[in-house]
Design a binder for this molecule. Structure first.
Ligand code: CDP
Length: 231
């Protein structure tokens, strides 16, 4: 059986989707698209312009007018890809604490999602893509040939986020990160449009206690095995 051409990886904040998704794409030679980076770029644009994260109409207009491009890394500084917002390199600014705080409010606006999903689907049309997010298997690519829901306990996810930030020289306490992750999970799970949930035909991969390599091996095993069981 050939390797699936469209791979959807969804899951909550800090489950390792971005890391694993990038590695899977590299291994298979596929295009990698981290859709969270797109919502983060819209959130950053809103912060820059002083738009209230609860102002759906302004956010919708913003999402339709900004130009977000995600492509191969242009700087060798540990990034997995480069994000351009209207031509400006925002790869690191979209990871700032201020963006973490508002991104889920921005991402729950239906018109913001419509604008992003349209671009995401366009990028997937030629296949050979690993797309990572919250609603890829359910909404963006419901016909993806393989769907994975990557998850871990909130405590483990907060611990990983703390390590990731520390490696970049940013100190935020684990308690703060846990609080923020739980708040974002709640907003993402309870929103009316495209809530975070595993697609019916996704394979759930629990990554508590697994190293990146072990999690990658499990995900690759799911991708390459002949028939993913329906859950
Ligand atoms: O990296 P992390 O898991 O913290 O988050 P992310 O994947 O960068 O996504 C940031 C936020 O964007 C999420 O908390 C969601 O609110 C939103 N998002 C979404 O709504 N749909 C997606 N397909 C991807 C992200």
């Amino acid at each position: 059986m050939p390797t699936p051409r469209t791979i959807a990886i969804d899951g909550p904040a800090g489950a390792g989707k971005s890391t694993i998704g990038a590695l899977v794409a590299e291994r298979l030679g596929y295009l990698y698209l981290d859709t969270g980076a797109m919502y983060r770029a819209v959130a950053l644009a809103a912060l820059d312009r002083g738009i209230d994260p609860d102002d759906g109409a302004k956010l919708a207009e913003l999402a339709r007018s900004v130009r977000i491009l995600i492509g191969p890394p242009t700087v060798r500084d540990g990034r997995a890809y480069t994000v351009l917002l209207d031509g400006r390199d925002v790869t690191w600014p979209i990871r700032a604490a201020g963006v973490d705080r508002v991104v889920s409010q921005v991402a729950r606006v239906p018109a913001v999602r419509d604008a992003m999903v349209e671009q995401q689907r366009a990028l997937a049309t030629q296949g050979r893509v690993v797309m990572v997010g919250r609603d890829i298997g359910t909404i963006v690519l419901p016909h993806a040939e393989r769907k994975i829901f990557l998850t871990a306990s909130a405590a483990e996810r907060a611990r990983r986020r703390e390590e990731e930030l520390a490696a970049r020289g940013e100190a935020r306490t684990r308690q703060q990160l846990l609080h923020e992750i739980l708040r974002r999970d709640q907003l993402d799970r309870e929103r009316a449009v495209a809530p975070l949930k595993a697609a019916q035909d996704a394979v759930v991969v629990q990554t508590d206690g697994l190293s990146v390599q072990e999690a990658l091996d499990r995900v690759l095993a799911v991708i390459t095995r002949p028939n993913a069981p329906r859950s």
